[in-house]
Design a protein around this ligand. Sequence first.
Ligand code: 5CA
Length: 440
Amino acid sequence: MRLSRYFMPILKENPKEAEIVSHRLMLRAGMIRQQSQGIYSWLPLGKRVLDKVNAIIRDEQNRAGAIELSMPTLQSAELWQESGRYDAYGKEMLRIKDRQDRPMLYGPTNEEMVTDIFRSSVKSYKDLPLNLYHIQLKFRDEIRPRFGTMRSREFMMKDAYSFDLTREGAEHSYNKMFAAYLRTFDRLGLRAIPMRADTGPIGGKLSHEFIILADTGESEVFCHKDFVDFDIPGEHTDFDSVEGLQAIFDKWTSLYAATSEMHDQAAFNAVPEGDRLSARGIEVGHIFYFGTKYSEPMGAKVQGPDGKEHFVHMGSYGIGPTRLVPAIIEASHDDNGIIWPASVAPFDIVVINMKAGDQACDDTCELIYAALTKAGKDVLYDDTDDRAGTKFATADLIGVPVQIIAGPRAVANGEVEVKDRKTAARETMTIEAAINRFVA
Ligand code: 5CA
């Protein structure tokens, strides 16, 4: 992508409305724009990051055996009247009427709709277990939308829904998502700790929130500090192994970890004082097991091996991609801007032409840009005629992991500089060496 032809509206000034660093940096880097309170457009740079986050989420959902579909944002009120949640959900639900005066709503979550899909076609235990997910916009009319896309009214959610014949089966489904979440957040460059949590309007007795420790987090959390160094389940984890996944779950729940709603001070006091971590955190995921809470009122049942009908046991599993992007920034930035983990960076490399219009600089940059693009890298080429200082500041602000800098003096020697955004280490090398480093 040539910067001169791209749309990346950088802000020079610090936006006054942003209270936390991630919101400030997302606005300054031209990633998002607020359209009305708590409702955002994702501008091209932000969209690239969001897509990369979603690709990792999708990859790990698929690995764990979940199957992607797509459900609409608008739902009929009837389904919610069946489950009994239509009145209970309260003011957070945006209620709408269509031209025939039929009550509709903008979905805050999809338990009812997915249960309706399930009951219309699954009739036998032989079709279980089943886990269906989608990545779709949701709307919750939050009282206090704030911190940009961290807590917005319209937001994106990956929501998965599992169906099993028995409670034991449902626990295995829960453990699959538990392990998939550990892997997902790790690949996003984050350390997320599962904590016992309040189930709120989704219901059920068992749930875990996945929390990233951050000073700007909205949740108050308490946990054993060893979680910070626990091993993440590997790429070859067998998601069909009941014992294997139970062992992962048991290990990751063996020490104290709870959000403030579930906090038990006496149990926390039993943790040796030096091992106690009492901090603030960002909830990036939440998983639930709620048994037959929706299947019973909505009549979602299958025939079991005993020939009888059984209401299915369900769980639901949410991740907030539009919250994850600012959460990653909270965890990884410096005074100059964002520092993206390579896995979600909007571009892999930025090529900075320090003197656009100078034939040697232009030729060198074109050569590098073409070679790296051909090798499958996402390359941003800063071919604008801005001052070098402005270009460096922009490259640091948008946090691309590698900068290849071509200035007239180095280029005259057949060389460029390669700068690592995170460490700020700079290396001078031949043009060929710079290309070869990234065309492995
Ligand atoms: N149906 C269940 C799981 S599929 C559910 O709705 N769970 S939830 O309410 O906990 O939301 C799941 C995730 O969505 C949260 O962990 C959070 O990451 C994200 N999320 C929830 N509300 C917001 C919001 N207002 N802004 C941004 N992300 C949000």
